[in-house]
Write a protein of this length. Structure first.
Length: 365
């Protein structure tokens, strides 16, 4: 096999992808057939979330679409299934989608969440109390504070596609409309910890009105403020992978596969999963960065089970991990729990220990 010059690879090798894809917790392009009410298989994130249609009129539609073959028409309510990924904690996040409003009723939700059994725990972006009114962000913590940010500029209209991006960076929430930041922002450093279904349409409380709109290219990113200043609204559908920068490139003569892109990858040489986490945090907030890890189960001091978003073909994979203590490296052991999870055990100075800085990588098909 002939060696390839590295400068040739740099010039012609594809690296197109989303460098924040590991932080995407929901990604719906809503592509399908006209009239479909498909509930599963539409989420291109690693969470494989589903949809629930609350009205006979809620469906995929070719009548209006921003990208692809169809968009989602919301006549009443459509819900995205609950996930721990919607627990934003106190960190950064970005919630964005394209919207085409056919009517504007008073008091409807766009990103609307409640926490089960906690009547005051809620966050939502919603349309104000009068038709044609302002967009507002409402955030409350049960038994604590309630805050409403009334955005000044965006009086949304009907009959055209509008890109909305709700972004929190360092505790400050901004709304971008077609890439332009609203003149109003607000501080919400509190814990946005809702994990229930996310509603689009009539408010989850039932006190609003169905607005009737089309939605396309919904993406929710946890742990990253994608937009920190004005930007050009997306001109194509969001990418549904991390791109070739995460894929294998072999250039030595003895390798059994030379690839640039998606074809011919030797899966046994590519990481099945990886994760960095802080074991001193609550399980829902441990993960700092990951690929193909859906959650961490905390089974006691120094005992973590990392659950795969997509299972391995069997439990005969290989894994290695490490953990750093407050003063030096800990003794760790990692081993397969099943085809769906890997276990990490940590000790420090002879005792079980929660690592403030731990990492694992898994290889296997």
């Amino acid at each position: 096999m002939k060696k390839l010059p590295l400068d040739y690879i740099k010039t012609f090798g594809s690296t197109v992808g989303d460098d924040k894809f590991d932080k995407v917790v929901a990604l719906f392009n809503f592509d399908g057939s006209d009239g479909d009410r498909t509930t599963s298989g539409l989420d291109a994130s690693n969470n494989n979330l589903s949809l629930t249609y609350d009205s006979a009129g809620d469906e995929l539609s070719t009548t209006q679409k921003k990208f692809g073959s169809t968009s989602l028409y919301i006549a009443d309510n459509v819900r995205v299934s609950s996930t721990e990924g919607f627990n934003m904690g106190t960190g950064d996040f970005t919630m964005e989608a394209w919207f085409y409003f056919t009517t504007l009723s008073a008091g409807f939700g766009i990103f609307d969440q409640w926490n089960s059994g906690t009547s005051l725990a809620r966050s939502q972006l919603w349309h104000g109390s009068s038709a044609g009114g302002q967009l507002k962000f409402y955030h409350s913590i049960a038994g604590q504070s309630t805050q409403t940010i009334s955005f000044a500029d965006p009086t949304i209209s009907t009959g055209s596609w509008i890109h909305l991006a709700l972004v929190r960076q360092g505790g400050t929430v901004k709304l971008y409309v077609n890439g332009t930041a609203d003149s109003t922002s607000g501080s919400t450093s509190g814990n946005v910890h809702r994990t229930d279904d996310m509603w689009f349409g009539d408010q989850q409380t039932g006190g609003g009105n169905a607005p009737q709109y089309y939605m396309d290219d919904l993406r929710i990113t946890k742990g990253a403020a994608r937009y920190t200043s004005n930007f050009t609204a997306p001109t194509s559908a969001h990418l549904s992978s991390a791109g070739d920068s995460f894929k294998q490139l072999i250039v030595n003569e003895d390798a059994d596969g030379v690839v640039v892109g998606t074809s011919g990858i030797n899966a046994s040489r590519v990481a099945h999963a990886w994760c960095n986490w802080d074991g001193t945090q609550a399980a829902a907030s441990m993960i700092d960065g990951s690929y193909n890890i859906s959650s961490i189960t905390d089974s006691g001091t120094g005992d973590y089970t990392l659950n795969f978003s997509t299972a391995a073909s069997d439990a005969n994979f290989a894994a290695t991990s490490c953990g750093i203590g407050t003063t030096n490296q800990s003794d760790v052991l990692c081993r397969p729990s099943s085809a769906s999870a890997v276990r990490h055990l940590s000790r420090h100075n002879g005792s079980a220990y929660d690592n403030p800085d731990a990492a694992i990588i898994v290889f296997g098909n």
